[in-house]
Write a protein that binds this ligand. Structure first.
Ligand SMILES: CC(=O)N[C@H]1[C@@H](OP(=O)(O)OP(=O)(O)OC[C@H]2O[C@@H](n3ccc(=O)[nH]c3=O)[C@H](O)[C@@H]2O)O[C@H](CO)[C@@H](O)[C@@H]1O
Length: 343
């Protein structure tokens, strides 16, 4: 089949980490003159990210919800709901004459992924993390190709801008605090405990707080007359990261690989409740390469953080990061999908 006629459905989301992959792959398909459709959920952040996105020819938001943490009757009800939504998604795939489904995982990927299997359409899956999520684990044996940086060394699809703006860090002038797409109270608390010391040492602060904690954090900086670039969520995170020389961050996979692409050294404080402790293993992947630090949330000690901040060799870590990263992840994935479909 001619590439121009390929119709691909991208599905999945919930949080920024999944949605970022959907966005990057959509942009790569757009570059090749292809407009995918999107099938996500009314729950989570899917609508916020894509409702107005013109890079998709059509967008569908189904009422899918998580099943993993439910028990007993609630689990059965959720499974019935997924079954019903899968039939809806099957109709959507048929109406749009979809040739293949690309899933980025998360509960919102379930209906369209099952629909692909019901219709015997090829299913491609991208797993972002070092530990495979439950839906991805279930569907992996049925997928045509399973993309993973951790398992297969596939290049992670990072937005080009993080590479364009990369630079080797040499000196600590600015620190950025990142809580992931939803923000993290533990990172916020750490930031405000370090802020007076950073101020004293003339280090600039950039701080992404997440929506829920924004007012509290803003008030803290104001009350203490500490100058900081504070925001709940930024659409130009690459600009903010590029300005900084060091990051203190959660270890969500998309954020982590963006930091790697930008060559910025970081201390990762993994979200302790991530499935299979995957944020810890995400970050360990870098620490093992002498390209980052991992500290568990319960083991945070201000002195230890300050020692890393002021006494590590930023240039060496930054150079190690530049050796770790592979470019053109999205291009690679789309090439693989097209190649597989033509086989
Ligand atoms: C609590 C939780 O379960 N988190 C998971 C979620 O994380 P989360 O949704 O936090 O995802 P990531 O940290 O992987 O990615 C966040 C994305 O949002 C973007 N961003 C963030 C802040 C901002 O101000 N602006 C902005 O654009 C980042 O550039 C990044 O691309 O999905 C990741 C990928 O599956 C997992 O590794 C995480 O464990």
């Amino acid at each position: 089949m001619e590439n121009k006629k390929l119709k691909i459905a991208i599905t999945g989301g919930g949080t920024g980490g999944h949605l970022k992959i959907a966005k990057v792959i959509k942009e790569e398909l757009n570059k090749r003159g292809l407009k995918p459709i999107y099938i996500g959920s009314t729950n989570g952040a899917d609508k916020k990210w894509f409702e107005k996105d013109m890079g998709f020819s059509k967008k569908y938001f189904l009422s899918s919800k998580g099943v993993v943490n439910k028990k007993g009757l609630n689990k059965i009800i959720s499974l019935i709901n997924i079954f019903k939504l899968s039939l809806k998604a099957k109709k959507i795939l048929q109406q749009n004459k979809i040739n293949a489904v690309f899933s980025v995982g998360g509960y919102s990927a379930a209906p369209a992924s099952f629909a692909a299997l019901l219709l015997n359409r090829p299913l491609f899956i991208h797993e972002q993390n070092a530990y495979i999520g439950s839906l991805n684990k279930l569907l992996k044996p049925f997928s045509k190709r399973f993309f993973s940086t951790f398992l297969y060394n596939d290049p992670y699809p990072v937005e080009e801008i993080f590479f364009e703006k990369k630079r080797i860090r040499k000196e600590l002038k600015t620190v950025i605090f990142l809580g992931g797409s939803q923000g993290a109270v533990a990172i916020n608390n750490l930031a405000i405990s370090l802020a007076p010391i950073l101020k004293e040492k003339n280090i600039n602060i950039i701080h992404q707080t997440g929506k829920k904690d924004y007012e509290r954090i803003k008030e803290f900086y104001e009350k203490n007359a500490i100058n900081a670039d504070i925001f709940d969520f930024s659409k130009n995170l690459a600009d903010k990261i590029t300005k900084a020389d060091f990051a203190i961050s959660r270890a969500g996979a998309s954020t982590m690989f963006e930091l790697v692409a930008n060559n910025i050294p970081a201390i990762f404080i993994p979200y302790p409740y991530a499935a299979g402790d995957h944020q810890y293993y995400n970050a360990r992947f870098l620490e093992e390469k002498n390209a980052g630090f991992v500290i568990r949330e319960e083991k945070i000690k201000k002195e230890k953080i300050l020692e890393i901040l002021f006494h590590s060799n930023l240039e060496e870590i930054s150079k190690n990061l530049s050796k770790t990263v592979q470019k053109n992840g999205a291009e690679f994935i789309v090439d693989e999908i097209i190649k597989t479909l033509h086989q």
